[in-house]
Design a protein around this ligand. Structure first.
Ligand SMILES: [Zn+2]
Length: 484
């Protein structure tokens, strides 16, 4: 990068650079962070720094030619950190030293005349860490409302084999884990003690076997907080948004029926189970759904969030506004909106096949221009193509609406429209859906519609007021039917 010539980079480039650190958050949230923080990015060739500001501004940078900015003494510490080794023995001491250094730097800046902060504070002789089970941590907010945590009580014993009775000290300190109800699942049995007997928060300094991200993911998967409640599932079933799987044939084996909705303790979800002994597979209410989706890890979106997005989509909230309204990421919003569109068009395609006209009922037909495209690369005078659609509906029966795409000729750029439907577009439609069906066809005065077909009586409306003299007074009829 030619840093000497160009000592700043654009706001956009900088945002791109720090995007992995910010994640998928809204622009408003990004600016809220930028407004409050100093950000320093050290790349292989340059250092970039940005002071707090709520404005989008150029970010300063400087190339650096030093071979290494890490002190030799710090290298083994960093290497150890990278391979997730245990923290160095003097870790606490270093953290305290660092805090004191920072406080002193801030004092020199803010209050230069105040007494200096002691440069080195010795670590307190012994730090006692009170451990709790993860189940306890989950229920913490509900629990601490009633009972404060007793920090002086002993930590739970770390390992016990399943089925073996608790030995010695009480398993959990202040509250036994089995008595903690999951706040999100009032109707279900609390997590049994067998389930989380090994489920102890690791001691400070312990090296986890799994990578941290993996472990966090597991905890989030286990977490009951995002379980869709049976109330929500029943509500969606009543609204015919979710199907009733109970009693339906299993979609996986196709041999037996699905059972009632039940709480699956192992996966912490509500699901139906196949009755067939060799299948016994679980099925969540929104499995195989055309709009809702399943997903693991970071692409997992709880059903209640998906349902809220769907509500916004059907209530006419714009896709760009929904993620702000619900404070969720853009991705699930995009997925639900797209799935809804696809589901709608599939529905129309399926339903259209069932539509038929006849019985001397009134059928209306008209066309509409929905868009145009001007191809400026064409010097030709007729450079504008149109998106024109026709619609046909039986009067009083909105569900019989059938749409068909028309193929109008190109026009000049300033033409008001592509003109009425052409015979070449109308003939195949009329032959397929109206010929010999016995209908009264209503249309505008386009010439194509005036063509005669057996079993079709045509009548067109003239959009013109007609003056008639009735008893010496002028009266206007709004429209007139013309039969042919
Ligand atoms: Zn099955």
């Amino acid at each position: 990068m030619p840093t000497d010539l160009n000592p700043t980079i654009s706001h956009e480039s900088f945002m791109k650079m720090i995007r992995p650190a910010l994640g998928d958050i809204t622009d408003v949230d990004k600016m809220a962070i930028l407004k409050r923080s100093v950000i320093v990015v050290i790349s292989k060739t340059a250092i970039y720094w940005r002071f707090p500001s709520p404005l989008e501004k150029q970010v300063k940078c400087m190339s650096w030619h030093l071979p290494d900015i890490v002190k030799a003494s710090a290298k083994p510490i960093i290497a150890n950190y990278k391979k997730q080794g245990p923290p160095p023995s003097n870790h606490e001491e270093r953290v305290l030293w660092e805090n004191a250094w920072l406080e002193e730097a801030l004092r020199q800046h803010d209050r230069p005349h105040a007494p200096a902060v002691a440069p080195h504070v010795a670590a307190p002789p012994q730090v006692r860490v009170k451990r709790e089970r993860i189940a306890f941590a989950r229920a913490l907010t509900a629990q601490t409302l009633r009972d404060p945590i007793n920090l002086d009580s002993p930590s739970p014993s770390p390992k016990r084999h399943r089925g073996e009775p608790a030995s010695g000290e009480p398993a959990s300190a202040s509250v036994p884990a089995s008595s903690i109800p999951n706040p999100e699942l009032p109707n279900t049995r609390a997590v049994s003690q067998e389930d989380d007997v090994d489920d102890v928060i690791p001691a400070v300094g312990a090296c986890p076997e799994l990578s941290l991200s993996q472990e966090l993911e597991n905890i989030m998967d286990e977490d009951g907080m995002d379980v869709a409640s049976p109330e929500l599932i029943n509500m969606l079933k009543k609204a015919h948004i979710l199907p009733e799987w109970r009693g339906q044939t299993c979609p996986r084996c196709g041999k037996r029926k699905m059972g009632a909705l039940q709480y699956m303790k192992t996966h912490k979800v509500w699901a139906h189970r196949c009755n067939y002994r060799e299948c016994h597979k679980f099925l969540q209410p929104h499995d195989f759904h055309p709009i809702f989706y399943m997903g693991a890890g970071s692409s997992h979106t709880p059903l209640q969030v998906q349902a809220s997005i769907l509500l916004c989509a059907t209530a006419g909230v714009k896709e760009t506004a929904t993620h702000l309204v619900l404070d969720v990421a853009k991705k699930p919003v995009e997925t639900i909106y797209t799935n809804l569109e696809v589901a709608r068009s599939r529905y129309v395609e399926a339903k259209e096949k069932e539509i038929s006209y006849g019985g001397w009922r009134d059928v209306e037909v008209d066309e509409v221009d929905v868009g145009r495209f001007v191809d400026l690369s064409i010097r030709d005078t007729k450079n504008t193509s149109w998106e024109q659609w026709g619609g046909m509906v039986e009067r009083g029966n909105a569900s019989s609406l059938r749409l068909f795409r028309l193929n109008p000729s190109k026009t000049k750029k300033n033409a008001p429209g592509p003109g009425p439907i052409k015979k070449r577009d109308w003939v195949p439609i009329a032959k397929k859906y109206l010929k010999n069906k016995n209908v009264v066809l209503h249309s505008d005065g386009a010439r194509a519609y005036k063509m005669t077909f057996p079993g079709v009586i045509h009548c067109n409306v003239v959009h013109k007021k007609k003056k008639q003299m009735v008893n010496g007074k002028a009266e206007y009829t709004t429209f007139l039917f013309m039969f042919n």
